[in-house]
Write a protein that binds this ligand. Structure first.
Ligand code: FES
Length: 166
């Protein structure tokens, strides 16, 4: 069966071939692993944060698709040098726009990039035992779509069992 190539923008293809800030960060202040239940792909976000809650650098590792690599790359570039509060406000829609649009079947890949960033920010404040007033108590849509490793394994094995039973 032949597969029709997805209509990726040139920017996505360029970033996929040449991603920025790809790789593990040894001196990260915080990291978060996140996986998407729609496709089973996982990414890790690393942030180096200073005492003023400003992101000094960001990097990522991705086992996701081209859309995920491109959107994660853009996110890491956008958040460098800004406060966590402002990084939190970045939407997956604005990131999708910046990469020249995402095919509808790839929206979740951009959601995963933003969800992983938000998970990392949440972990940072949890470790600090702090809760700034702008940080919502409830998980946002993006965080709910970016599951922690164990949650992801649970959801995927449940999906597999259900499909075996049917
Ligand atoms: S298909 Fe899984 S991250 Fe894109």
């Amino acid at each position: 069966m032949s597969r029709v190539p997805l209509p990726y923008s040139q920017k996505i293809l360029d970033l996929f071939r040449n991603p920025k800030n790809l790789g593990k960060m040894e001196d990260a202040t915080v990291s978060a692993v996140a996986g998407n239940p729609a496709c089973g792909d996982m990414i890790t976000f690393y942030l180096k944060i200073n005492d003023q809650d400003v992101i000094e650098k960001a990097s990522f590792e991705s086992y996701g698709c081209a859309a995920n690599i491109a959107t994660s790359s853009i996110v890491t570039e956008k958040i460098k040098g800004i406060k966590l509060e402002d990084a939190w406000k970045i939407s997956w829609e604005s990131i999708a726009e910046e990469v020249g649009g995402l095919p509808a079947v790839k929206f979740h890949c951009g959601v995963l990039a933003v969800g992983a960033l938000r998970r990392a920010i949440r972990v940072y404040y949890k470790n600090k035992q702090a809760s700034p007033e702008w940080l919502p108590a409830e998980l946002t849509f993006e965080e709910k779509q970016a599951l922690e490793e164990e949650e992801l394994a649970r959801v995927l094995s449940k999906k597999m069992k259900t499909s075996e039973e049917t």
